[in-house]
Write a protein that binds this ligand. Structure first.
Ligand code: NI
Length: 133
């Protein structure tokens, strides 16, 4: 089991009250878990600024599949980057639009470069990258 270290943190009462209300609304069972998640989020955000870090991530894309070239281009890019892209999920949202969730594992700079290229492809209506560890 992972070792737990206990540390005291000082808060002003208003900040603590607001934080506890927010944590309760989000469904946290205790304050410590809510604080740990905030710290982890900060660490992930910091790591995602380091081009050489190795991370995992998802890119969510929405595009109109009536543009036949777009699916071909996106698939081509994914095959070309098969070492970086480990999985893709395709969902038909409605008669026109598709959503693709592309899963990456690799260096931050390579993930961002490929995600930017895919998002910038003409016809992509929405693109958002989320990096995690
Ligand atoms: Ni589709």
């Amino acid at each position: 089991m992972e070792k737990i270290i206990r540390k005291g943190i000082a808060f002003d009462p208003d900040t603590l009250k607001s934080f506890d209300e927010q944590a309760k609304k989000k469904g946290y069972s205790n304050r410590s878990e809510a604080i740990r998640d905030l710290i982890r989020e900060s660490l992930v955000a910091e790591k995602s600024q380091d081009d050489e870090s190795v991370m995992i991530g998802t890119l969510t894309l929405v595009y109109n599949h009536h543009d036949h070239d777009i699916q071909h281009d996106l698939t081509h890019m994914q095959h070309h980057k098969h070492g970086l892209i480990i999985s893709t999920m395709h969902t038909h949202i409605n008669a026109n639009d598709c959503m693709e969730v592309v899963v990456f594992r690799g260096k931050v700079k390579d993930i961002k470069e490929t995600a930017d290229r895919m998002t910038a492809r003409k016809g992509v209506k929405f693109g958002r990258l989320v990096l995690a560890q």
